[in-house]
Design a protein around this ligand. Structure first.
Ligand code: K1U
Ligand code: ZN
Length: 221
């Protein structure tokens, strides 16, 4: 039987390699660096479906870094995020939810028809910002892939104007309302280390945190 500790160490080493490649951390000066970089590239091609990190993982509280240039690596990350988001399934995903602290969001709010089928409508938001928010608010029962099977009503501005960059590096401004407004605010919160449970009463927030902390401890035993 394979030692579970060995699996953990190897998977952490692979994750480190892939992250280093994605964030451009390899110096690329020595032949060893070049070899590691090539290995990481091959591994990243294979590892399209990423693990979604779950509360109370501290990485969810990080403030993600702006993306300076839309590179092949960023496009590949967006592809992996779609694969992970559709598989979950979810309607949105922030890069930090797959342990990548970059200001990148994927979303698909396509409506399903009577047969439960829908035409995919994938959207990518790079370095998204809220330019303005309405006074009017709306309430939506939100969920979060990092807090599975927990839903609560959250009140947010009903309309927001957003600015973001697309995968071609083009900057856009757009008005959002309805579920789009709710979802983009939820995802931008992720980029700032904010979770929807932060809008709940202390009692509810503490209860959910306790539940997920216990579950994480049990899983680690
Ligand atoms: O960011 C996330 O954790 C994804 C989250 C997005 C979101 C949902 C609801 C309100 C605001 C933001 C989800 O996708 S939770 C799953 C979900 O809502 C869903 C899943 C399958 C079909 C329809 C909805
Ligand atoms: Zn979420």
């Amino acid at each position: 039987m394979v030692n579970p500790r060995l699996i953990f160490v190897v998977s952490e080493a692979l994750r480190f390699l892939v992250n280093a490649e994605l964030t451009g951390s390899f110096g690329g000066l020595t032949p060893a660096d070049q070899q590691l970089k090539s290995l990481a590239k091959i591994l990243r091609e294979i590892m399209a479906l990423r693990e979604i990190i779950i509360l109370p993982d501290k990485q969810l509280r990080l403030v993600s870094k702006p993306i300076e240039k839309v590179t092949t690596e960023i496009r590949k990350l967006a592809d992996d995020m779609f694969e992970t988001m559709y598989d979950a399934p979810g309607i949105g995903l922030a890069a930090i939810q797959i342990a990548q602290p970059l200001r990148l969001i994927t979303m698909d709010l396509a409506k399903r028809d009577e047969d439960g089928e829908s035409q995919p409508r994938p959207r990518v938001f790079i370095n998204p910002e809220i330019v303005s928010s309405s006074e009017e608010t709306s309430v939506y029962e939100e969920g979060c892939l990092s807090i599975p099977e927990y839903y609560e009503e959250v009140e947010r501005p009903a309309q927001v104007r957003i600015r973001f960059t697309d995968l071609d590096g083009k900057v856009h401004e757009e008005d959002a309302d309805g579920l789009f407004a709710t979802c983009i605010q939820h995802e931008i919160d992720h980029l700032n280390g904010v979770l929807f449970v932060d809008y709940l009463s202390k009692l509810k927030r503490d209860r959910v945190l306790k539940k997920f902390t216990k579950a994480a401890k049990r899983a680690a035993e």
